[in-house]
Design a protein around this ligand. Structure first.
Ligand code: BGC
Length: 778
């Protein structure tokens, strides 16, 4: 393990280790940027960074406000250093939308500001069980007026278009005028990447009867987004004196002027509703947000909150992992699972961005991260969500077909980075050269079908993707005489982005072979079980028998790199011939290399960014012996910098499998609190969703050794020395299995569904509904 990784975890905990909450005890400017990410809320449809409701007077570089809708973007023409034919033309970038959270409070003429006057009794709590962010404090103004504040917000997971803030304040030591200014701000901007930082144009704005609304048109993409806000203010038995609304530029404001009495609590409930024109007609959008926000306000906070909590309760029932003996980890696992559900589009038309809905970095793009890292997390806990994720790929199949044509290939080539299904990367080396994304999607389809037996999905949607991606591979490779007439796939990049433009990347070739085989298998299955679907599909995509033969021939003759002498699988044809380098000798400040070394320098060395062959050892683990896994691990591990947060989890899993328990634990710890403790000093940019799912993978597939090989579940649990135990649930083919591992042993309990057989090591176990089986730790 690289020396600069070892020292990081648990050194600078930023929060107390609490099981269900993350608490900030003191508001500090220097933590603000990071906390905007940590305290971000989302519901898969929209996201909100953890900014304060009132105007923030701290330095600009310590804040990046953000209100996003999953899948809502602007486009900008890509400017290339040097032009070349057929390069993608446009970037897509997730847009920062109208800020509906603004609430300023004036005590007389003094404006509440965390950075002025005195703050006492402060805490801000992210409650992951109930999905809320709450801030409590007492503020003493420079002139000595004291007000107690409790501000709570959530974005409804049950009604994803709705968000609510409950803003309560009580004058502590004075009677007098308090003004509440609740705004909907249209003059917002993006902070990262875009050349035109203000891609939004306000095309409509108005107020009426406690309601404010605003419509934005997004430049280039033409998407329109409407936001409506409804304010409901109450003061128990007290009177609210005057109310006003006004429009200041692109800001719509509702003012409440209150003759407030000492000790009386006043509450503003602020309901927001967002819709956009990719989901409903432009003409209907204003009516829709107004109607929906009014309904939400009528139903009220309690009703919405209860439904939101119920959603989460149901989520946690299936997803929660319990760790005994490490509170920091318990907190982290929940934090990760919480941010994953907050980030995940569940409508089949949106997906999960690399940074979720918590920041602009990576432009809100979806990557292979979804299928390879995040999908398994859902598949075994909330399989219906994994289907939504795969449906996104079906929904964007036409764009993938177009992308294949651009590259003069058959079938469909999925984009490396995208929001709308089109390739959004302007970088071909190390990026769009990662053709393996097609096979990753095919792999995920197979995983989904074997774990759910959802053949309807396969026959109606999955097969079409499998056929089109198989076509892509068949046209992408060729038979090379000097390689024994094997089917070779040249000029690709595997998962390791430090080796682009190589021939026969081992991961890619194995996965492409699988993709071809899965397509053939699906075809054979449909011949028997769904001939009508098959007939329609064959006609739709004009599939020829000769193509099936070509797929079989390519799969059977795929060139699969292996070096007898070293007993390892070379990452690609050139890897072993690159310049050796002692990775430990690279100064820590040069890491990550991608930020510090010219690409040509990186490419010439035997240095690896992230798990590549080692990932293959996981995904197709049944095709390799333990000896081969060990040899590959020993060979590649010293060459890997883990410059991508996607890497350590995979090394942890294989380390567990081959009995390198210390390394497994150490790598696991690199992932678990990555954002919470900000190991990479970049959490302000947004959370790392693939890494968050990686933590789950490393526990369930690593320490518990779970694998799904051809629809059979395998476990081989071990217990890291530092823990007392752990427990998680797995859904499989309509059943739910609970696995508890502690010092005494392993307990498997079938908590839902009919008889299930699975493997514990080599031993086949069978459980009936409600039955459990205990095995002593060997
Ligand atoms: C990794 C990719 C990943 C992307 C988004 C990059 O740094 O190398 O594998 O897809 O980040 O998470």
């Amino acid at each position: 393990m690289r020396k600069y990784h070892l020292k990081k975890f648990y050194q600078n905990p930023l929060y107390k280790y609490e099981p269900w909450t993350i608490t900030e005890k003191e508001f500090k400017i220097e933590n603000n940027h990071h906390n905007e990410t940590i305290f971000a809320l989302g519901n898969g449809y929209m996201g909100l960074r953890g900014t304060l409701e009132e105007d923030y007077s701290g330095p600009e570089q310590t804040t990046t406000p953000g209100t996003y809708i999953n899948g809502v973007y602007t486009e900008e023409k890509i400017i290339y250093g040097e032009e070349a034919p057929d390069l993608p033309e446009f970037y897509q970038t997730m847009v920062n939308l109208a800020d509906w959270t603004g609430i300023n409070l004036y005590l007389g003429d003094e404006k509440f500001d965390m950075l002025q006057g005195k703050v006492s009794g402060y805490k801000r709590v992210l409650d992951m069980k109930e999905g809320t962010l709450t801030r409590e404090l007492t503020w003493e103004s420079p002139q000595g007026r004291k007000v107690k504040l409790t501000i709570k917000r959530f974005l409804s997971l049950a009604s994803p278009h709705i968000g609510v803030i409950k803003y309560s304040f009580t004058p502590v030591n004075f009677d007098g005028t308090i003004t509440v200014e609740s705004s909907l701000k249209g003059d917002v901007q993006n902070y990262h990447t875009l050349r035109n930082k203000k891609p939004l144009q306000v095309i409509d704005k108005a107020f009426s009867d406690g309601m404010l609304y605003l419509v934005h048109k997004i430049k280039n993409s033409g998407i329109e987004v409407a936001t409506a806000v409804k304010n409901v203010i109450s003061a128990g038995s007290g009177e609210i004196e005057t109310t006003n609304s006004l429009i200041e530029g692109d800001k719509v404001i509702k003012l409440y002027k209150i003759e407030a009495s000492q000790g009386q609590e006043y509450t503003l409930e602020k309901y927001a509703c967002l819709y956009h024109s990719l989901e409903i007609d432009k003409e209907d959008i204003v009516d829709k947000v107004i109607t929906e926000v009014s309904k939400a306000a009528e139903k009220g906070w309690d009703y919405l909150f209860e439904n939101h909590c119920q959603f989460l309760q149901n989520y946690w029932d299936d997803v929660d992992i319990k760790i005994y003996g490490d509170d920091a980890l318990q907190q982290a696992l929940r934090f990760n699972a919480f941010h994953l559900i907050q980030s995940t589009g569940r409508d089949g038309k949106t997906n999960i961005a690399a940074k979720g809905l918590t920041g602009e970095y990576y432009e809100g793009h979806y990557f292979w991260d979804t299928e390879t890292y995040i999908l398994p997390f859902y598949l075994y806990s909330k399989p219906e969500i994994s289907k939504d994720l795969l449906m996104f790929r079906y929904y964007t199949l036409d764009e993938a077909r177009e992308n294949a044509r651009r590259m003069r290939l058959d079938g469909a080539l999925y984009p490396w980075r995208t929001i709308n299904g089109k390739e959004a990367s302007g970088f071909f080396m190390g990026s769009t050269v990662q053709y393996h994304i097609d096979a990753d999607i095919a792999y995920a389809i197979n995983l989904y079908v074997t774990a759910t037996r959802d053949y309807d999905f396969l026959f109606n949607y999955g097969a079409e993707i499998l056929f089109e991606t198989a076509r892509m591979w068949a046209s992408r490779g060729s038979y090379i005489e000097l390689k024994g007439n094997r089917f070779c796939i040249n000029e690709v990049c595997g998962p390791d982005e430090y080796k682009p433009g190589v021939n026969n990347n081992c991961y890619t070739n194995y996965m492409a072979k699988l993709n071809l085989e899965l397509a053939l298998e699906a075809y054979r299955l449909m011949e028997k079980k769904a001939p009508d679907n098959l007939k329609k599909l064959v006609e739709k995509i004009n599939l020829q028998d000769s193509e099936l033969e070509a797929w079989k021939r390519a799969a059977d003759n795929m060139y699969l790199p292996y070096n007898e002498e070293l007993g390892i699988h070379p990452q690609d044809d050139s890897f072993l011939y690159k310049d050796p380098i002692d990775v430990d000798s690279i100064p820590e400040e040069d890491i990550p290399l991608v930020k510090n070394w010219h690409p040509l320098v990186i490419w010439r060395y035997q240095v690896i960014k992230q798990a590549d062959v080692i990932l293959l050892m996981l995904l197709l683990g049944d095709q390799f012996t333990t000896q081969q896994k060990k040899a590959n691990y020993d060979f590649y591990e010293p060459k890997t910098t883990h410059d991508s947060s996607l890497s350590p989890a995979i090394y942890s899993i294989i380390a567990s499998e081959i009995g390198y328990h210390d390394s497994a634990y150490n790598y696991f710890m690199q992932t678990a609190r990555l954002d919470l403790d900000d190991y990479n000093k970049n959490a302000y940019q947004g959370v790392h969703t693939a890494c968050m799912a990686g933590t789950w993978l490393a526990l369930v597939q690593g320490f518990a050794g779970m694998r799904n090989y051809n629809g059979e579940l395998h476990f081989s649990p071990c217990l890291p020395e530092k823990w007392d135990g752990y427990e998680f649930k797995v859904k499989f083919r309509g059943r739910q299995l609970k696995i508890t591992v502690n010092e005494e042993g392993v307990m498997y309990k079938l908590i839902k569904g009919e008889k299930l057989s699975f493997y514990h090591g080599d031993r086949k176990l069978e459980l009936n509904s409600g039955e459990e089986h205990n095995i002593e730790m060997g």
